[in-house]
Design a protein around this ligand. Sequence first.
Ligand code: AMP
Length: 311
Amino acid sequence: MCERDLYETPISGIMLTVFGSVAFDTIRTPTKVLKNVLGGAATFASISASFFVKPGLIAVIGKDFPEEYHKILSKRLDLKGLSIKDGKTFRYSGVYDKTLSSRKTLRTDLNVLKNFKPTVPDKYKKSEFVYLANNDPEQNTALIKEFDNVKFSMCDTIDFWISTKRSAVIKMFKQVDAVVINDEEARLLTKEFNLIKCAKKIMDFGTKYVIIKKGEHGSLLFFEDLIFSSAAVSLENVVDPTGAGDSFAGAMMGYLASKKKTDLASIKKSVVFGNVMGSFAVEGYGTDGLLRVKKLDIKKRIALYEKMTSF
Ligand code: AMP
C-alpha cells in the first residue's frame, strides 16, 4: 500500500449515504456498564466513514435524543436525512462474556424504527456509494431502489433480523453488491458451519462480494473463486467491541467513496482500512474509541498493520 492510498482529505458532496440504526445502547462489558450511550449501526459506520468522505446519514431518532449526541453527529455528517419522530429512539442492550469475544443480545426495542418509512433526500439521490447498515431488511430493500446512480452498495445484518425476517434478509442481499456479516450471523443465516460454505451460499443469494468478519481474527473477503484473508490489528487493550463491525464497514465504504473506485484491488484495500478503523472502535467504550481518532492515528496504524502483515 503506498502513501497516497493511506489517507486523503475528505472530499465534499454526498458521495456516500449510510442508512441504518441510530441508538441508545446499554452494554455490559467485564469492566464497565454503559447505559443509554450513543450507538447504532449507522452511527458507528458513518462516523468511521467520515474520516474519508462526508457521508449523508438516513436514520430516525425519537424526541428523547439529546442535543449532545446530535452535535456529535452534526460535526461529522450531513443530517438532511435524519428524521426526528414522536416517540423513543431505538434501544439496544447486550452483554459480553469475559473474553469480549461473544455478545448476547438482551433487548431490542425498535421504538421509532418500527414501521419507519425512510425517504432519500434529493441531494443524496446521486450517491454512488450506499451502505445499508444493520436495520430492518424490508426498509433497506425499499430504500436502495430510491437512488439513481449507485456504483457500489453494501449491507449488513444481525441475529435479530435473521431470526425475525430471514426471507427479507435474503431479498435484501439480492439488491446489493456486497454483504458484510460476522461469522456467527453467517452461520445462523446459512445453517452451515464452514465459512467458505457460508460465503458460497450467501453469494448464491445474489450478491457479488461477501465479507465475513471474524472479530479479533480478522476477516475473509470472497469474490467468485477468490478468498482474501486479512488479519485484525492485534491489540493489547480492548474494552468494548460494540460497533467494531460497523466501523469496519463504514471505513470500507468511506475509502471506496473517497477513491470513487469499485475494482477488486480497491475493495481489498478498503478491507485493510476496515480492520484499522475497527481496531480504534474496540479501544474505547461506545463511540469514544472512534471519536478520538485523528488522521495521523490512521496513518500510524496503517503503517503498524503493514509491519504486522508483511513478510
Ligand atoms: P456491531 O457491534 O458492529 O454488531 O454493532 C452493534 C450496534 O448495532 C449497536 O450500536 C446497536 O445499537 C446496533 N444494533 C443492534 N441490534 C440491532 C438491530 N436489530 N437493528 C439495527 N441495529 C442494531
